[in-house]
Ligand binder design. Sequence first.
Ligand SMILES: Nc1ncnc2c1ncn2[C@@H]1O[C@H](COP(=O)(O)OP(=O)(O)OP(=O)(O)O)[C@@H](O)[C@H]1O
Length: 291
Amino acid sequence: MARTPVSGRAPRGATRAAGEQDPLLVIEGLTVRYGRTQPPAVNGVSFSLRPGDRVGLVGESGSGKSTLAAAVLRLLPTSAQVTGRVDLDGHDLTDLKPSELRALRSTRMSRVPQDPLGNLNPVFTIGRQLSDVLSAHRSLSRQERTTIVEEALHRVGIGDAAVKRRNYPHELSGGMRQRVMIAMALLNHPDLLIADEPTTALDVTVQAQVVELLRERVAEAGMTLLLISHDIGVVAELCTTVMVMYRGEIVEKGTAAEVLTRPTHPYTRSLIAAARGRVPGDGDGPSEMVT
Ligand SMILES: Nc1ncnc2c1ncn2[C@@H]1O[C@H](COP(=O)(O)OP(=O)(O)OP(=O)(O)O)[C@@H](O)[C@H]1O
């Protein structure tokens, strides 16, 4: 894939190559501000994802990755000021009513959060919570829901699902809880999965298992993946395309192989050097960044 210009809007009316699919997600000129006096957390970002794309969004802490994800999912605090467009399959998400948005969540787009414990309800069993996600979108009998929940747990590597579904979140390990979140995110077969630092809170040994699970499930379902991570290794495992975010802007985009082996932006070079555990050399450092 040719390197894409990273700031500004995608060219309109660009000729589409034969057989190329319509984009699933189109983001145009997205800007998010948390306060009038602060610089925008996301600043005029434009990109699109086609069905089946697996894109990793990397960047240092505070670069705006989670804000971008929350803007797509419409999970920003009401105080955030949002301009620009976020279209999912032709629906402008910034314009939807809460009921329309609820209908899209889980069935069209879904998320795997960083912190499963904070996203599960401590007073309900995991089976009940998975079942509730099903019944919010589909009319199923209790038995049908139980069967689907047990299959979903089984598919994310939770054995003995008939017993485990009766567990409360605190009775599971961190890795198990993240498996439950993945099962929940995939339950209604969304087209777009947004995973925001899905392995950051896990032990290193468990991280590899969860990355492998995500890789398998995303490939099996042919889903579009937007993976947010500060971990370039995780992105390289799961994604074909990498976008690099710096101070609210996408400063570099290309295939994972290109960006990781021949980064062009000084910030990307320093990010890769940091991931390799060395101090960036001359020409890599933030002091030379062009923003
Ligand atoms: N709810 C909020 N209210 C005010 N400012 C916020 C809020 N959430 C994020 N910010 C600010 O927006 C900027 C971008 O934050 P964001 O969390 O999107 O970055 P990030 O790249 O995801 O960082 P991290 O990897 O640490 O999660 C930061 O300056 C942050 O302080």
